[in-house]
Design a protein around this ligand. Structure first.
Ligand code: OSB
Ligand code: MG
Length: 368
């Protein structure tokens, strides 16, 4: 594959409903898409899942725009590649910026699978033909709204409900949820909002039979997470803490958690995601694929990686209609009764609706 053209699209899409976490509220998604074309005229697509502000991670849409245009794309434009894994060494000259790197990695994986005539899932070594899907619900000011959301999503068949918590909106909220829904598969996500000083509050969550507590402490706090896990019965699931294979290896070694939420972008792309998958499989660490409020393009990559065997827990790959009035892929992603069929067409397996992409695009950069 010779990468003869790369387009970067800055896109703004209005979300159907605002989404609130311990770090803030998102109303719109301002993110990037990358399209890589080879000499055969095939296009591979990837999504840079940044937000406008660096609240979840240090990268943000404008920083990734610069990272891609000024540093990463010049390293690969007009170069020949046999396999997407080859990007790893080339990109390693620049530190971190995993979300930007991942967008190119994902696009090259799509291009690679399309040029081989196989699905992205097959290219990655995935074996499942359908996957189980959970849903992530934001913090609500009004508890009745949250209860109503949970009721609806449970009725739609989602296989796991995740609710966001933060200090002051935790134990009482979960207690009320459990009093209405004693048996649903339920978990919470703190997005790094606590410290070890909150250990008594976090311990109180043990009584609610939660599947896991996601990322209670700050990213990088592997040692404190290990201390906390020793005090909790509920498994800790790591999200923000895992940026690389070595983070996962160290977390597993010292017992920082018992589950990993793998986000392709956060670890720098599919090549790394696959390595971490294999490590977790060997270590007996269950995993699931987390979401970043993606458009259909990012979601398609999430669906493909979830076809690997060790994604044993339901992921965040909910239906397109949960996020968007109209998605930018065709067909849209539809979970039926909490399950999704893997697409069967080559590459990401969904067509990019260029007209919809155009409607949301505010700036494009073309390299050739
Ligand atoms: O922590 O998993 C998270 C969204 C944006 C940033 C971080 C997170 C999330 C979600 C939403 O939980 C998952 C989704 O439905 O895409
Ligand atoms: Mg999370």
């Amino acid at each position: 594959m010779k990468l003869i053209e790369i387009n970067v699209y800055k896109v703004n899409m209005k979300m159907k409903n605002p989404f609130t976490t311990s770090f803030g509220t998102e109303h719109d998604r301002l993110f990037l898409l990358v399209e890589i074309k080879d000499e055969a005229g095939i296009s591979g697509w990837g999504e840079c899942v940044t937000s406008e502000q660096p609240l979840y991670i240090e990268e943000f849409t404008e920083s990734s725009w610069i990272m891609l245009n000024k540093f990463l794309i010049p390293l690969i434009i007009n170069k020949e590649f046999n396999h997407p894994d080859e990007l790893q060494e080339i990109f390693s000259v620049y530190k971190r910026n995993n979300l930007a790197k991942s967008a190119l990695d994902a696009a090259l994986w799509d291009l690679y699978a399309k040029s081989k005539g196989i699905t992205l899932a097959e290219a990655l070594g995935g074996t499942k033909t359908s996957i189980e899907v959970g849903i992530s619900l934001g913090i609500e000011e009004n508890i009745d709204n949250l209860l109503e959301n949970i009721r609806q999503k449970t009725e739609e068949g989602y296989k796991r409900i995740k609710v966001k918590i933060k200090p002051g909106k935790d134990v009482e909220v979960v207690k009320i949820i459990r009093s209405h829904f004693p048996d649903i598969p339920l978990m919470v996500d703190a997005n790094s909002a606590y410290t070890l000083n909150d250990i008594d509050t976090l311990k109180k969550l043990d009584q609610f039979n939660l599947m896991m507590i996601e990322q209670p402490l700050t990213a990088g706090d592997l040692i404190d997470h290990a201390k906390l896990q020793k005090e909790l019965k509920t498994p800790i699931c790591l999200d923000e803490s895992i940026h690389s294979y070595d983070d996962a290896r160290k977390a597993i070694e010292i017992g920082s958690g018992r589950i990993i939420n793998l986000k392709i972008a956060r670890v720098g792309g599919l090549s790394q995601a696959k390595r971490i998958h294999d490590l977790c499989e060997q270590a007996g660490i269950p995993m699931w694929c987390g979401g970043m409020l993606e458009s259909g393009i990012g979601r398609a990559h999430n669906i493909a990686i979830t076809s690997l065997a060790n994604f044993t827990l339901p992921g965040d790959t909910a239906s397109s209609s949960r996020y968007w009035h109209k998605d930018i892929i065709e067909p849209e992603v539809v979970a039926v009764n909490g399950s999704l069929e893997l697409p069967t067409k080559p590459g990401i397996g969904y067509d990019v609706n260029r007209e919809e992409v155009r409607k949301h695009t505010i700036e494009v950069r073309t390299f050739n």
